[in-house]
Write a protein that binds this ligand. Structure first.
Ligand code: UGA
Length: 483
């Protein structure tokens, strides 16, 4: 085994292996290739690798088909052989899943461990092993220990943490136009290699290229590279997700208060967000956060703190508010329809947020499941999430998958908006009114202004804003009150 003595400081392509072809792994692989590096991407799912070799993107992600087409036949190779991928790589990025372990908040790191063992068996020259997956603090130390236990001498490898902050749906643009590149490493060799990998972004050169993916960075405004210890980087990733989830639960609790006192959470969020110390982002109230990251990462971070003897009870409250947000929404549906059994509901949205086909931990899907248990009949539509949703929730007498938004609403007792797809905010409201059996819209994502709904004669319930009732509904409510 050879130790690379002097790392050249030029801009030569680096040989990179990426282990895992999930959102993070696949996006990182094609983006490293886009930056000019030679990438081998490995996964043990043969079917997925076969599809990727044919240029088929397994996930719905903007620019992914384009980058697969651009690099799939030359600078990024797909393989099922971890040995082949890592044998000659200068950097191996571990981007395998770190799901929540059964029955606890802890992250299950068995995939990371298995990959580390196999890397140890494959190494033939100095290599930097980089954690890309979201992992608890101390994982870098465990990877180091596993490598040494498997016979690799400490001078033949380094371990670094380079967490990713990309969002599903905008993952490619987020990767290539990051707010910051975070390099957590305790060795100069590792820092140097990661600096060289990201140099096309940090020196702004990438943004001058013709055909570069557009985004917020430019050659005049390249992203900064932040260097920390490996442990600090691990914590930065978990703390960032936990903080964003906290912001969402906070605004959801404020929304609930606004509802109780007849205030408007949109105004409140705008007024709060204009304070630059608070910021306007992630203050959109709704039916709670979901997805493969926030729920799992808040739980994992809470457990990390617990294990370190630190009381981080705040995170438990964040989870509690998030869970109650779905129940509150169902209560709102009940308040509009009186009883639920046998009601026909048109549901727009199944994915955990707009712009993705991902339904993991989707609050929309959870609400649909509760409503089905309550005996409702549902016609649902989602622009990208239906295929995956059907695997979880097969079509049945109670559950129908619609061909478009208007088909979902046709003959329904109410329309529910559960995912913030842009197209759900641009519906032809006259047509919606015409399709509905009763003109009732219950919006879990605040996609419309109550005034616009009122103008179209729709009764409109949303999150943290006063409900709007057309004149007819007001007289119905008034006569109900008179008995
Ligand atoms: C999140 C983070 O935003 C990324 O920075 C991070 O890299 C990623 O997790 C990860 O760890 O891999 P993502 O899960 O793709 O990204 O989705 P977000 O856009 O953050 O939304 C998460 C959930 O919060 C969604 O259910 C969304 O609807 C909800 N949300 C978001 C709100 O309810 N209100 C908001 O204001 C923002």
């Amino acid at each position: 085994m050879q130790l690379m003595d002097s790392m050249d400081s030029g801009n030569r392509p680096i040989s990179i292996a990426v282990v895992g072809t999930g959102y993070v792994g696949l996006v990182a692989a094609v983006c490293f290739a886009e930056m000019g590096h030679a990438v081998t991407c490995v996964d043990n799912d043969e079917q997925k690798i076969r599809a990727l070799k044919d240029g088929i993107a397994p996930i719905h992600e903007q620019y992914l088909p384009e980058l697969l087409g651009r690099h799939g036949s030359n600078s990024v190779r797909f393989t099922t052989s971890l040995h082949e991928a890592t044998a000659t790589a200068e950097a191996v990025f571990i981007a395998v899943g770190t799901p929540q372990a059964d029955g606890s908040g802890e992250a299950d790191l068995s995939y990371v461990e298995a990959v580390a063992c196999e890397i140890a068996r494959s190494l033939v020259s100095y290599c930097v092993i980089v954690e890309k997956s979201t992992v608890p603090v101390y994982t870098n130390e465990w990877i180091r220990r596993i490598m040494e236990r498997n016979g690799v001498a400490p001078e033949h490898f380094d371990v670094a943490s380079n967490p990713e902050f990309l969002r599903e749906g905008t993952a490619i643009a987020d990767f290539l136009h990051p707010d910051r590149v975070l390099v957590g490493a305790d060795s100069d060799h590792a820092v140097d290699l990661l600096e060289r990998i990201y140099r096309p972004l940090t020196n702004g050169e990438y943004y001058r290229r013709t055909g570069s993916i557009p985004g917020r960075c430019s050659s005049h405004n390249p992203p900064p590279l932040v260097k920390t210890s490996a442990k600090s980087a691990e914590i930065i990733k978990h703390a960032s997700n936990a903080f964003l989830a906290t912001k969402i639960s906070f605004i959801n609790a404020v929304a609930n208060l606004c509802e109780a006192v007849d205030a408007n959470v949109e105004d409140v969020a705008r007024g709060m967000g204009m304070d630059s110390r608070i910021g306007e982002k992630f203050l959109r109230p709704g039916i709670g956060y979901g997805g493969s990251c926030f729920p799992k990462d808040v739980a994992a971070f809470r457990t990390v703190a617990e294990q370190a003897g630190v009381d981080f009870g705040l995170l438990g409250e964040v989870e509690k508010i998030n869970a109650s947000q779905k129940r509150r929404f169902v209560a709102k549906v009940r308040s509009a329809l009186w009883t639920l059994r046998g009601k026909r509901l048109g549901v727009l949205g199944l994915a955990f947020k707009g712009g993705t086909d991902d339904i993991r931990e989707s609050p929309a899907l959870e609400i649909v499941q509760i409503l089905l248990q309550e005996g409702c009949n549902i016609a649902a539509y989602d622009p990208a999430g239906m295929e995956r949703a059907q695997r979880e929730l097969p079509p049945s007498r109670q559950m129908r998958y619609a061909t478009d938004a208007y088909d979902a609403v046709d003959g329904a007792d109410a329309l529910l908006i559960l995912t913030d797809w842009a197209e759900f905010g641009q519906l032809d409201l006259l047509r919606v009114h015409g399709c509905l059996r009763y003109p009732i819209v219950i919006d879990g994502r605040n996609m419309y202004s109550p005034a616009a709904m009122l103008q179209h004669g729709l009764m409109y319930l949303s999150i943290g804003r006063p409900a709007s009732y057309p004149a007819r509904e007001i007289s119905v409510a008034a006569s109900a009150a008179r008995g």
